[in-house]
Design a protein around this ligand. Structure first.
Ligand code: DC
Length: 227
């Protein structure tokens, strides 16, 4: 059995922080891989070196050449561009603004899917993989699939707090609308739209404390991966 936990859900649903906390709580060599970080690393590389609009073939050729890679650092897979860890750089506003368009290109998705599968195959232990299409496309045979949701307002509040900004009604409203727009783009694209796998456990985290959400997934994991 493949030791993969597929963790999918919309933007700012807390997938990455949850995925890392779950991997750490499980211990035993479990690692965390944020597949969105690969789409972001490709976007960062493309913004630096290509003209918009990006052609898929150019992007993947650039990714092979630089290269863009996933590297295991402790218990986390981190994205590298030409040997440089870009975990911080990929959070920039320009990358966030362009990543959905790039993630809608089929050859780009194939490239990312292949690299995520290779990284997991090369890891001797379990991996918590988060993204949008992990349970549906990348690892359809994962023994545990979790789909995290939360209302757009709740996700907007979390994201604003995370950035250390003030939680005004106006700001929440704007952020919530931006998140809804990105959800819409990700859910309605023809290739690998964001939808829960049929056999995924949906976990609505609106009003659920972070620790409780992690504990819930760890309990599901203990049942799915008995030792
Ligand atoms: O989770 P995130 O915001 O870092 O993801 C960045 C973008 O990548 C997001 O617009 C959706 C896309 N993505 C995807 O299409 N499939 C994945 N498995 C992961 C991310």
């Amino acid at each position: 059995v493949r030791r993969v936990i597929a963790l999918d859900g919309p933007a700012a649903s807390g997938k990455s922080s949850t995925g890392l906390a779950v991997a750490r709580a499980l211990g035993g060599g479990w690692a965390h891989l944020d597949s969105g970080s690969v789409y972001r690393a490709l976007t960062l590389a493309a913004l630096d070196r290509l003209d918009t609009p990006f052609g898929g073939e150019r992007v993947v050729a650039l990714a092979d050449e630089l290269p863009v890679r996933l590297v295991l650092l402790g218990d986390q897979f981190v994205p590298e561009v030409a040997g440089v860890n870009v975990s911080e750089a990929i959070q920039s506003a320009p990358v966030t603004a362009h990543v959905s368009a790039l993630a809608a290109i089929p050859v780009v998705r194939q490239w990312v899917t292949r690299h995520v599968r290779d990284a997991v195959a090369g890891h001797a232990h379990g991996v918590v993989v988060d993204g949008r299409d992990i349970g549906t496309v990348v690892f359809p045979d994962a023994p545990l699939k979790v789909f995290l949701t939360a209302t757009p307002d709740e996700r907007a509040r979390r994201r604003i707090t995370q950035r250390g900004e003030a939680l005004t009604d106006d700001h929440v409203e704007r952020e919530s609308q931006a998140l809804s727009a990105r959800d819409h783009a990700d859910s309605t694209r023809p290739v690998s739209p964001l939808i829960p796998a049929r056999d995924a456990e949906t976990l609505d985290t609106t009003g659920l404390p972070f620790d409780a959400q992690v504990a819930r997934i760890v309990a599901l994991a203990r049942a799915a991966f008995p030792r």
